[in-house]
Design a protein. Sequence first.
Length: 251
Amino acid sequence: MSESKLAGQFFDAAIGLLQRVRDEEAGAIEAAGTLIADTVAAEGRLFAFGAGHSSLAAQDLVYRAGGLALMNLLAVPGAVGVDVTPAPLGSALERIDGLASAVLDCSPARSGDLLVIISLSGRNPLPVEMAMHAHALGLKVIGVTSVAYATETESRHASGTYLKDHCDVVLDSKIAVGDAELALDTIPAPFAPASTVVTSALLQAAMATAAGILADRGIEPPLLRSGNVDGGHEWNSRVFEKYADRIFYRR
């Protein structure tokens, strides 16, 4: 099989998933956007967390041209991305009880804020505990996960629950268990993951919805502009100054 045909098959698979979440998750996207807008309007702060590759979609929301300036990254040392050495340590940290609670307790997050938690499987202790403890602290929680994992895998949290069980809004990425869209007889393992593409699209759709809702309420969305366009830095400086008490990535 030619490489170009495989590329086309991956694009087809990714486009199919994007169409599914557009159609099947429209209500959840609207609910997530409304929750984000409500938090901004009530002077709450926004946080996003994801472990391992799920952190890529979280990072895409933070300090982002065209994005809400109030979104802050909630970082768990060693679990954000694959920059930790050795890389499997990050996966091991996702299975440690108590870590999520300690991180939240040491963070600036407080009652009335909102936390986006991204976990493809939603089965590990870190995201489950993160959602549970966030609720205990009075935060609202938006979870982005593949609900299929809850029916095809066992939870690794002591409660037997998944991330989806502890969220105010769940965005289902529809990603199949294993996160690989392609398979060939000549290749022993499935390949071509699409979770990052779909998860990022879901979240940007929710953020766009939030911006529109704020505008409809007569509230200017606190958006950032690209620093690579004329006037971008000046615009962003004004936003940073206005919302200094709700932005933590500049400190």
